[in-house]
Write a protein that binds this ligand. Structure first.
Ligand SMILES: Cc1cc2nc3c(=O)[nH]c(=O)nc-3n(C[C@H](O)[C@H](O)[C@H](O)COP(=O)(O)O)c2cc1C
Length: 326
């Protein structure tokens, strides 16, 4: 990976830290961690903090991703000298192809495009000397992505926060993906503790792709009310739904619902998304409530590991607790 392998390979095992992996050493990472490119949460400040803490920081351009937003966030990773990544959403790139152009021109170490089947982006990104990643939900999909030239596969279990297919829990998914591909595989879905991280590395993952447990950090773009909601939530407070996507008329493929914190809007419409699609008043109410930041209606993406968030902490503190032996 261009620009990422200048650090010395480092010891097999850092004192009091999780083992490094061949993949993390190749990238010059001190810890085998990537933050999930969380749209509206993982901006440049969070990415820069993850990189400073030894992982690979990713800027997330989610469903609201745009070229101006990407430019705004890139300012924060200038000092990382290319030690950052950018995560894009397939259908957003299809609508705004210049987003991929700007991402490539920023010369990150890694670009991920998830939630699609059109893999033409892979060749372009690789030709620019940038590593490629995508999230997969089954062994077959992992095989197809690897055959398309994707260099890093993210096995994303159904526990994960935000959008994703809800097909298999992480551990069986990870095992089945590792069986069929030779490329590095990162594990994603409710990795919130040192034990979670150590377990997936022991099973053969090259690292972890961590979302929810970094979402409430001081460096995230999340509004203070969203951080408070994450801190207050328990593990069983999440729900998988398409209600917000339908309510906001976002063209997310039906295969990728989102795991969010339960709130009255989600409770009311989950499973009745077809009714919501025909109810213009309910959708207008949602638009009004979200712009007023009404917690009864604002969607907050979170995985089942959300119960482990007990305080708003810095990225450095969270990564330290994930990596250091308790
Ligand atoms: C707040 C939030 C926003 C997310 N936004 C995106 C996104 O824009 N693009 C993407 O590829 N994945 C996104 N995801 C999904 C993550 O890539 C990843 O699958 C998930 O965070 C892993 O599970 P965890 O949250 O339990 O760690 C998001 C997840 C969260 C929690």
């Amino acid at each position: 990976m261009d620009g990422m392998n200048s650090s010395p390979p480092g010891p097999e095992r850092h004192a009091d830290a999780v083992a490094s992996t061949a993949w993390s050493r190749r990238l010059g990472l001190r810890v085998p961690l990537v933050n999930a490119p969380m749209g509206g949460v993982a901006g440049g400040a969070l990415a820069a903090a993850v990189t400073a803490a030894g992982g690979l920081g990713m800027i997330g351009m989610g469903s609201a991703g745009s070229v101006p937003a990407l430019h705004r966030e890139l300012v924060h990773v200038r000092e990382t000298e290319g030690r950052f990544g950018i995560g894009l959403v397939d259908w957003v790139v299809a609508a705004h192809p210049d987003l991929l152009d700007v991402a490539i021109a920023a010369r990150p170490a890694m670009i991920s495009v998830s939630f699609g089947t059109d893999m033409r982006w892979v060749e372009r990104v690789r030709a620019a000397g940038i590593s490629t990643a995508t999230q997969v939900y089954s062994a077959e999909e992992a095989k197809r992505a690897a055959e398309s030239g994707v260099q890093v596969l993210v096995a994303r279990g159904s526990e994960g926060g935000g959008h994703g297919a809800v097909e298999q829990p992480l551990r069986p998914l990870l095992a089945s993906v590792l069986e069929v591909v030779a490329t590095p595989v990162l594990a994603a879905g409710a990795i919130t503790t040192h034990a979670d991280l150590a377990a997936v590395l022991a099973e053969g993952a090259s690292g972890a792709w961590v979302g929810t447990c970094l979402a409430a950090c001081t460096e995230s773009l999340l509004a203070p009310s969203g951080r408070r909601a994450l801190v207050a939530a328990r593990g069983d407070d999440t729900i998988v739904t398409r209600a917000f996507d339908v309510g906001m008329e976002l063209p997310w493929p039906t295969r990728f619902p989102s795991r969010v914190l339960r709130n009255p809007f989600a409770e009311r419409w989950t499973g009745r998304e077809d009714v919501l699609a025909r109810d213009a008043h309910a959708r207008a109410d949602l638009a009004a409530a979200t712009s007023a930041e009404d917690p009864a209606a604002v969607p907050i993406d979170a995985g089942t590991g959300v119960g482990a968030i007990t305080a708003v902490r810095s990225v450095a503190e969270v990564i330290e607790s994930l990596c250091a032996t308790p």
